[in-house]
Design a protein around this ligand. Structure first.
Ligand code: PXL
Length: 270
């Protein structure tokens, strides 16, 4: 079983590839990577970060892979640095996804009701197009509103409407980080039939990289043969435990989740 993860390499501040690689490898899956950019840190709260855009390297990497005849059982895309990269992901999915393979898009572009630094509205439109090609999309609450063109925030009242709009884009939308009273929930639906959720007690504060932990664990579950709803359940338990541990152990939340000590427990349920 081979997974291709397309995401940035933020050298410090665990997110993207530095989260996906350990989680997928530990779960027994070959994790191949296509780095979209190299940053000294992620963009969420550090000033003065460096950003090397790797778009120019991608065509030659793909040419080489083509000569090797590589195919991937899963392609999971995350942070894409620009619109050109979205186009490249769309074409590489057509060329490199194995027959019957699954394409998972985490449309990383914002949080807390705002776009991340470096993104603009035209990017959202392109990302919406990429979501149309996905088997699963995993937006957080902010990204769900941007994609569905509904006002932020998502709550108990409008969650059904947001999920239904997302179902028009992709058969299986999974929306993370929805605050419901004192809890935080992940909501999902399959082909717009039924609305399901898993809930945990909310932990105050912003936890950078939590979406990447969730998405990586979800892909690890699918790649290990779990049914979708079980993969979502296991990923949400794992992420909630990592968040609770981080609330206790990590004083500067910009450095990412303390997920490593929770991997063993996650694998025991996989
Ligand atoms: O975790 C999302 C993410 C991924 N990659 C980069 C980011 C962020 C969030 O800020 O800046 C580079």
């Amino acid at each position: 079983m081979r997974v291709l993860v397309i995401n940035d390499l933020s050298c410090v501040g665990k997110c993207s590839l530095t989260v996906a690689l350990p989680i997928l490898s530990a779960s027994g899956i070959t994790c191949d990577v296509l780095p979209t950019a190299i940053l000294s840190t992620h963009t969420g709260g550090f000033d003065g970060y460096t950003f090397r855009d790797l778009t120019g390297d991608i065509p030659d990497i793909l040419k080489h892979w083509k000569s090797l005849g590589i195919r991937f059982d899963f392609i999971y895309s995350g942070y894409l640095g620009n619109i050109r990269q979205i186009q490249l992901v769309s074409s590489l999915k057509k060329e490199f996804l194995a027959d019957g393979g699954k394409f998972i898009v985490d449309p990383v572009m914002g949080d807390d009701g705002k776009l991340y630094q470096g993104f603009e509205p035209a990017y959202v439109d392109k990302m919406r197009e990429l979501c149309r090609e996905a088997d699963y999309i995993l937006p957080n609450a902010t990204e769900a509103c941007l994609l569905s063109q509904k006002p932020y925030p998502v709550n108990k009242e409008n969650v059904r409407e947001v999920l239904s709009a997302l179902s028009e884009l992709c058969p299986f939308p999974i929306v993370t980080g929805i605050t419901v009273d004192n809890d935080v929930a992940v909501y999902f639906t399959k082909r717009g039939r039924g609305l399901f959720s898993f809930t945990h007690e909310n932990v105050e504060g912003f936890f950078c990289g939590a979406g990447d932990v969730f998405a990586s664990a979800f892909v690890a579950g699918l790649a290990n043969g779990k049914h979708e709803s079980e993969a979502i359940y296991l990923a949400s338990e794992f992420t909630a435990k990592a968040i609770r541990r981080s609330a206790r152990e990590v004083s500067d939340k910009r450095y990412g989740l303390s997920f490593e000590q929770e991997i063993f427990g996650f694998l025991q349920n996989l």
